[in-house]
Design a protein around this ligand. Structure first.
Ligand code: IPE
Ligand code: IPE
Ligand code: MG
Length: 247
């Protein structure tokens, strides 16, 4: 693996089906999924990935049965407490995107605490997408920019790609190089619609609890075989050999 993505984004899908296949409650799949998160975070750190973004809870997931939503919130609170040590020892900075105002107070406070405790870490930024929907993010950004126009701070023509990107939840984070979705579904499900414009997409058939080191390595190897052209011709972009790795 000589081409490591600088920013890997993952749609962690298939926890429920993993459990249902075993005649277990869906929440058991979510519990197993937390173990995969731990493994993937640690592996991404050792691979030298600088940004890992995990889709953990979508704005649409609020519509699931109340007991599943409550169980997911409980798991999140537990994860943030139990994994803080691991994040600190791996020098991981925690970041959150999404409409966090909708999260229960105790979770928001735990999150803020963990973000604060890890803010000076520089090995990898782990961004959790929580209560996140890309359309919601884009609309909140438009409202914010429209407010700045109305206040006379900026002119409509000042709104270019850079200004817009800097007003999104993901401000300061480069666009993902590689997006992985597990569970065999081939859709984006309202994740990072703006940021994924030129991201390489990779779909794994494994359910998230079964997504292991080998699967992650295979996704990264496949990424290394792709030629990213960004709208140009093959001849215009540097050869794989000349491109060099990111680390
Ligand atoms: C992903 O697993 C976790 C969340 C969306 C919170 P799912 O819960 O979507 O599992 P499936 O897709 O129903 O199998
Ligand atoms: C996407 O998975 C959201 C997360 C992984 C958090 P979903 O299971 O909610 O997506 P759909 O409903 O299959 O599109
Ligand atoms: Mg799903």
């Amino acid at each position: 693996m000589d081409h490591i993505p600088q920013h890997l984004a993952i749609i962690m899908d298939g926890n429920g089906r993993w459990a249902q296949k075993r005649h277990l409650p869906r929440i058991v799949g979510h519990q197993k999924g937390v173990e995969t998160v731990r493994r993937v975070v640690e592996e991404c750190c050792s691979l030298g990935i600088k940004h890992l973004t995990l889709y953990a809870f979508s704005s649409e997931n609020w519509g699931r049965p109340a007991d599943e939503v409550a169980a997911l919130m409980g798991l999140l609170a537990k994860y943030l407490t139990s994994e803080l040590k691991m994040l600190l020892s791996n020098r991981v900075r925690l970041n959150v995107i999404g409409e966090t105002a909708k999260l229960p107070d105790n979770i928001r406070q735990t999150l803020e605490g963990a973000v604060e405790r890890t803010r000076d870490n520089d090995s990898m930024t782990l961004t959790l997408a929580l209560s996140y929907g890309a359309r919601d993010e884009i609309l909140r950004t438009c409202q914010q920019l429209a407010g700045r126009v109305a206040a006379g701070e900026i002119a409509p023509s000042d709104i270019d790609e850079e200004l817009f990107s800097d007003a999104l939840d993901t401000a300061g984070i480069p666009d993902p190089d590689l997006l992985v979705r597990t569970s065999g579904e081939m859709r984006i499900s309202n994740f990072l619609l703006w940021q994924l414009a030129y991201t390489e997409l990779y779909f794994s058939n494994k359910f998230w609890p079964d997504f292991d080191r080998d699967e992650l390595h295979e996704a990264i190897r496949e990424f290394g075989r792709r030629q990213r052209r960004f709208g140009l011709t093959s001849e215009q972009v540097p050869d794989k050999a000349e491109q060099g790795g990111h680390h």
